[in-house]
Design a protein around this ligand. Sequence first.
Ligand SMILES: [Zn+2]
Length: 510
Amino acid sequence: MTSEVKHLSSVEGSPRPAKRARLDDGASAPTAETEERMNASRAAEGMEGEDEYGEETATSTKGQVEPPKASDLYLDTINRAVLDFDFEKVCSVSLSNINIYGCLVCGKYFQGRGRNSYAFAHAIHDDHHVFINLETTKVYVLPDGYLVSDPSLEDIAFVLSPTFTPASIATLSTPVHLQKPSYDLANKPYIPGYIGLNNIKRNDYMNVVIHSLLHVPPLRDHLLLSNYRGKESELLKRFAGLAKKVWNPRLFKSQVSPHEFLQEVNRISAGKYSLEKQGDPVEFLGWLLNHLHKDIGGTKKKNSSVVFTTFQGEVQIKSTVSPFLFLAVDLPPPPLFQDSVEKNIIPQVSIQSVLAKYDGQKTQESAGHLRRFKCQRLPPYIILHFKRFTKNQFVEEKNPTIVNFPLRGLDFKEYLDAPESHPSTIYDLIANVTHESAVGTTHDKESTVWKVHLRAGAGGGENEKWFQIQDLIVEEIRKEMIVLGETILQIWERRTDAPSTTNGMDVDRA
Ligand SMILES: [Zn+2]
């Protein structure tokens, strides 16, 4: 398959602009005004009294005029190549998470900046002098203890804490986004949002879910525009922080580690979803959506959070209407003769026939009794789960059936109870999660590989590209290759504009 893909590094464009040379730029010498601001900042810092590692150093230097030359020299020791701020913000010595500073010379984290603090000790023992407060993004020179406010540090603050505006996110899902790649420190081009996520141990099953959710525009935009600094849950804060890093147009390294977020997932789930062992992406998705919904302030009511407005639909089972966040559909049973599987004659079905299980006209036998499904309401984004794994008494069995689906224009009308009064029933695919393992039908957890296909650009034709991401490997993939994988999970987006028949682009409708 690798011969069929084009590497992202072939994207052409202008290189990342050179960093401003601080020492060569006379215009950036502190003016009387910046001196005054620095002094005022020092005074303010001194009064905040953040913790016991506190501010006595800053207070003691209050009013002194620091020689600007010293800070110039120290800023020159900053090593951006070792900075990413992806790891859990705890002191490398005390393991505390309170009042943590990052050393901008070596990238390590230390607590406090007062005379008895670990950052202070690091400055003296290791001769590293520039530290950033990981909460406030303010930069200090230690052991002197003064605040540095310099425009050349702004890119570091942006990597630590990226910010977005409605204008800056308006084109993320449009072809325009593909036309302006970003450049990392090594001048390697990347497309924000389509970057690798580290697989720390066995967390690829969570990486594909993270990527899928962060490409659903309403949820993505909600997270990118958020400013959680209060009593929100740590899980929500860290997921929003991860979203901002994945879509950051000014990364130093064109990859992100989900470590900080996954540590919190591990804590909240009491070890059920761990970095250390393979898990089920569909179970993880359900768990994460429910936690995000609750943490954003959602209730049992319709539309009470961006999770519900985006993903919640309604299905009728017998006489009860139940809300759903995703639809789980069965695959037809694989052939009884395992020979045909071993000879790579893989059964195929169309997505329409799989979805027909939801047709109100049909019944489905399950757990010994008949169930009837009728979709009453489809959400703006439909999550489909293809139930590929079934547990028998001894092992988990995998159904290798390939599902054939179009990338655009899937009509869900047939699976609705009352299609006439429903908004558009035409959906386009935006994310597709596939499973790969050794030959055979048993689910081999040791050799399992999870991959995600993500749409970029949108609109079909030349405007739309697809990327396949497997942890750190990001490759453009040809559209016709996408259906060949063992799909487990898909996210479909309702087409809001009227189907166009005039531009001739939209020929791939089902
Ligand atoms: Zn250091």
